[in-house]
Structure formats: structure tokens, C-alpha cells
Design a protein around this ligand. Structure first.
Ligand code: NAI
Length: 328
């Protein structure tokens, strides 16, 4: 057996964790030939439930699962990690302002960034799922000065997948025939799902986008507010679809995106498309050789520019707030 890949999952006892771990152990995160060792990181109150999940993982007898360890200390949890899925986060409580939320999450993602810096493997790749994902990823990256910044990413793949399905339904084509949608900006209600460059069963996405009532009245809000709609319907936030998106993100990062398509991910901006350098923002991206690259040369209309700028402005505000709190 080849050396197992160490995958650290935080928030392992949560609902996304429960939907995620079995798929990782089944080989869907990295590929069907890659053995994995799971390192579950929880807060002390979550350890017992994580132990229960570990028992169930054992009971699946997954051939690729080389072992499971459970931690409540980030330093130990990230020791030797090759992949870090940072799912556990502090949800917004009643009466909590955005500043309080950022501060509470800083208390989680700063020490986790430091722990990654101290002990993760040289090839560590991090995906932050826990909200506010982009800014949490920025906090973690900023506190891991020895790790290249491009190893930290924030998840907007769920938004991307949601956009694919909305477009497919509108056009009446299978989702597999929709390519090149893009999510720009923040994983929040300000995000901009862009279909102007999409390929919809061989036809330009701009044709669908020409129906501006549908575009602005249905498509954009349906994608951007899908998380809230799911909470409303299910009484709990998206879990299986979020876990699925995390799997898609890491699989493509490691194995490459398919030729002729792209996906979306929150990555550190290099200044492309006027997004300030260093901001953790979502872009259309391809993965080549294990590295995300921003798709270049897309024409950005005034309509798109306005929406990208609004979401980026929110990211700037969040960055300035965590900077003010001394978290980055
Ligand atoms: P959950 O509340 O079911 O589970 C969170 C788990 O994290 C709990 O078991 C908790 O004990 C653990 N945790 C809290 N602080 C921790 C720490 N410092 N270290 C390790 N574990 C810790 O939440 P759920 O539904 O699993 O969601 C997790 C996060 O993912 C939330 O922040 C949610 O908003 C976010 N999310 C992000 C999406 C995205 O597209 N980026 C989509 C859906 C959810």
C-alpha cells in the first residue's frame, strides 16, 4: 500500500463532517487508489460524537481508510496534514454583530493557521468551509507565514454547483452540458454568479442572460440566497451538498479540472480583474499541476463589474475588520 495521505477535518462531529467523512474514506476526495488517514479535530465537547462517527467509519471497512485519530488540540490535529478541511466554525448567534462573528472565528482560524504553519506537511492544501469562509481562510493563511498563500482556499464550489443546476433547469439541458459558470467575490449573499461566459449545451450563456428579468429576479438571487432557502426548508443548513462541494473542490485541485471547463474557488487574489491583491476572493479558476490559476482574459460588462465590485467591497470590509482586531 502506498503511504496514506493525512486528511485533517475540523468540525468532524458536525453535520457537514458527517456527510463528508464517509466519502473521503471511500476514496472520493483524492481518487480511488489513494489511501487516507483521517485526523478529526473537534472541540472537547465534540470529541465523543466524533468517536461515534469514527466507530461507524470503522464499521464500513473502507479498504482505503488507513486509520482514524481524534484530537481536540489544533497543533496535534494538523501534525503532518497533507490536506486540511476546515469545516468547524462559530455560527452567528442571536444578537451577534458581524464584528463579533469575525472575532469569534478569528479565535478558531488564527490558532489553526498557526498550527498548520508549525506542523503540517510541506504539500499541505487547505480548504476553508466554515463561514465566513473567505475571511476565515484569510485569517488562517495570514497566520501561516511559512506556507505559500496559494495553499489556502475558501469554498465557493457549492455556489458554483448551485449555479450549474439553475442554468441547466432554465435551459432544459442536462447539468453535464453546462460549463464555465463563474462565482465572483464572497461566499455570501453579495456573491456574483456569472453566466455570461458559460457554455450551455453549445450555446452562449449570454443568450439566457439576455432575459434580464430572469437573470436579476431569479437566477442571481436563487444562487446567492440558496443557503437561506435550504435552512428555511430543512430547518438546518446545507450539509450533504456542502460536503459534496468540498469533495469536488479538493478532487479538482489535486487531479486537475477537465479540459474545456473551469470551476470557481476562493483563492488569494493576484490583482486580476481589479480584485485587490491579497484578498481571498472567488474567481473562475482551473487547476493545473496541483495549483489553481485564475482564468484570464474574460470580458467583464458594466453589469458584471458593478456586482463583482460590490462583493469585493464586502470582502475588503471584512479584511479591514479582522485587521483591526489584530487577527491578520
Ligand atoms: P455544525 O454546527 O453541525 O458543526 C460544526 C462543528 O464544528 C461542531 O461539531 C463543533 O463542535 C465544531 N467546532 C467548532 N469549533 C471548532 C474548533 N475550533 N475546532 C474544531 N471543531 C470545531 O455545522 P455544519 O452544518 O457542519 O457547518 C459547518 C460550517 O460550514 C458552518 O460555519 C457553516 O456556515 C459552513 N458552511 C459553509 C458552506 C460553504 O459553501 N462555504 C456551505 C454550508 C455550510
Amino acid at each position: 500500500m502506498t503511504t496514506p495521505v493525512n486528511v485533517t477535518v475540523t468540525g468532524a462531529a458536525g453535520q457537514i463532517g458527517y456527510a463528508l467523512l464517509f466519502r473521503i474514506a471511500a476514496g472520493q476526495l483524492l481518487g480511488p487508489d489513494v489511501p487516507v488517514r483521517l485526523r478529526l479535530l473537534e472541540i472537547p465537547q465534540g470529541v465523543k460524537a466524533a468517536e461515534g462517527t469514527a466507530m461507524e467509519l470503522d464499521d464500513c471497512a473502507f479498504p482505503l481508510l488507513a486509520g482514524i485519530d481524534i484530537f481536540d488540540d489544533p497543533r496535534a490535529g494538523f501534525e503532518g496534514a497533507n490536506v486540511g478541511l476546515l469545516v468547524g466554525a462559530r455560527p452567528r448567534g442571536p444578537g451577534m454583530e458581524r464584528g463579533d462573528l469575525l472575532e469569534a472565528n478569528g479565535g478558531i482560524f488564527k490558532p489553526q493557521g498557526e498550527a498548520i504553519n508549525a506542523g503540517a506537511a510541506d504539500d499541505i492544501r487547505v480548504l476553508v468551509v466554515g463561514n465566513p469562509a473567505n475571511t476565515n481562510a484569510l485569517i488562517a493563511a495570514s497566520n501561516a507565514p511559512d506556507v505559500p498563500k496559494d495553499r489556502f482556499t475558501a469554498m465557493t464550489r457549492l455556489d458554483h454547483n448551485r449555479a450549474l443546476t439553475q442554468v441547466a433547469k432554465r435551459a432544459g439541458v442536462p447539468v453535464s452540458e453546462v460549463r464555465k459558470v463563474s462565482i465572483w467575490g464572497n461566499h455570501s449573499a453579495t456573491q456574483y454568479p456569472d453566466l455570461f461566459h458559460a457554455d450551455v449545451a453549445g450555446r452562449p450563456g449570454a443568450e439566457l442572460a439576455a432575459d434580464s428579468a430572469w437573470l436579476t429576479g431569479e437566477f442571481i438571487p436563487t444562487v446567492a440566497k440558496r443557503g437561506a432557502a435550504i435552512i428555511d426548508a430543512r430547518g438546518a443548513s446545507s450539509a450533504a451538498s456542502a460536503a459534496n462541494a468540498a469533495i469536488d473542490h479538493v478532487f479538482d485541485w489535486v487531479n486537475g479540472t477537465p479540459e474545456g471547463d473551469w470551476t470557481s474557488a476562493g483563492i488569494v487574489s493576484d490583482g486580476s480583474y481589479g480584485v485587490p491583491e491579497g484578498l481571498m476572493a472567488s474567481f473562475p479558476v482551473v487547476s493545473r499541476g496541483g495549483t489553481w490559476e485564475i482564468v484570464q482574459g474574460l470580458e467583464i460588462s458594466d453589469f458584471s463589474r458593478e456586482r463583482i465590485d460590490a462583493s469585493v467591497a464586502e470582502l475588503v470590509e471584512e479584511r479591514d475588520a479582522v485587521r483591526g482586531l489584530g487577527l491578520i
